[in-house]
Design a protein. Structure first.
Ligand code: ZN
Ligand code: ZN
Length: 290
């Protein structure tokens, strides 16, 4: 069993109420670990584009500058099909099995339609179900499958941008993702040579980037009095940072070592409930509905 899968099992032992979503996630992780072909399609020189780099310096996310070509869309369609097939035949709730059967059928029988939906997710973070007469497909499930496939297919570009950020040849410091432009779903405090700093994690493509430690990443408010922390009894290394100006919250992992499970968002759904029950809202897109 891979490290991530055993880390998920350990997490569920302590959080048994996450059992159902963890089963879903285990199938997803195992499927993506085997899907190496889709990723290798994207290791072209296109990501070294000078235009992308100069646009990133102006604050324009990579996917707004470089467009994904047909071969890459095709690779993503194949991966969506593979994921949907695995999820439709695993022991998951019947609704999930059925939804994934429908998604698998579209990706196999009408790959152009699925390709169009993938492009729409990349440009608008939306799927136009009505126009495509796919009304019986649940939007949330489709977005979840497509973003997981994209997160995998985009791995090479995330690595290249991450290297630029690490070597300081590129400074980002924006509140939105440098790859896909979406808002963060989570944050992490990390120890660096400059002390403790904060990383943000994209709620969609899972890219991580450094952001100032203090201040709301949604409305940029930095008035201390309006920024608070909700700590949960019995919950170690996790907290909810809130902002009274925009009423937003962000879940924050305050330790290091279990990023693959904790930063993947589904594993801390109980914190989303607490944030929402306290009157705050989540601005980063949520792939895992509660
Ligand atoms: Zn992103
Ligand atoms: Zn705010």
């Amino acid at each position: 069993m891979s490290q991530v899968l055993s880390a998920i099992e350990k997490w569920v032992e302590k959080h048994p109420y996450l059992d159902e979503i963890a089963n879903l996630q285990k199938v997803m992780v195992a499927t993506l670990e085997e899907a190496t072909h889709a990723e290798s399609m994207l290791t072209g020189a296109m990501f070294e584009s000078k235009e992308m780099e100069s646009e990133l310096k102006r604050g324009i996310p990579a996917l707004k500058t470089i467009s994904i070509n047909d071969a890459e869309v095709e690779a993503t369609v194949v991966l969506v099909r593979t994921i949907a097939e695995a999820l439709s035949s695993s022991s998951l709730p019947t609704k999930m099995n059925e939804q994934c059967k429908k998604i698998h059928a579209i990706a196999s029988e009408e790959p152009e339609i699925m390709g169009g939906l993938i492009k729409q997710v990349l440009t608008e973070n939306e799927v136009d179900l009505e126009e495509l007469t796919l009304a019986s497909v649940d939007r949330g499930v489709l977005m979840y499958v497509i973003w997981n496939a994209l997160s995998h297919v985009l791995h090479p570009i995330k690595t290249i941008i991450d290297e630029k950020l690490q070597t300081s040849s590129l400074k980002w410091n924006k509140e939105y993702c440098p790859v896909c432009g979406q808002l963060p779903g989570m944050a992490q405090l990390v120890r660096t040579s400059k002390g403790r700093e904060r990383n943000l994690v994209c709620g969609c493509c899972q890219m991580q980037w450094r952001y100032k430690r203090m201040g709301c990443p949604y409305c940029k408010n930095d008035k201390q009095k309006t920024l608070n922390i909700i700590e949960l009894e019995g919950v170690k290394n996790l907290r909810i940072d809130t902002c009274d100006k925009c009423k937003g919250y962000i879940k924050t992992y305050t330790d290091e070592g279990n990023e693959q499970v904790i930063l993947s968002d589904w594993s801390t759904l109980h914190l989303d409930l607490v944030g929402k029950n306290n009157g705050y809202q989540r601005f980063g897109y949520q792939l895992y509905g509660i």
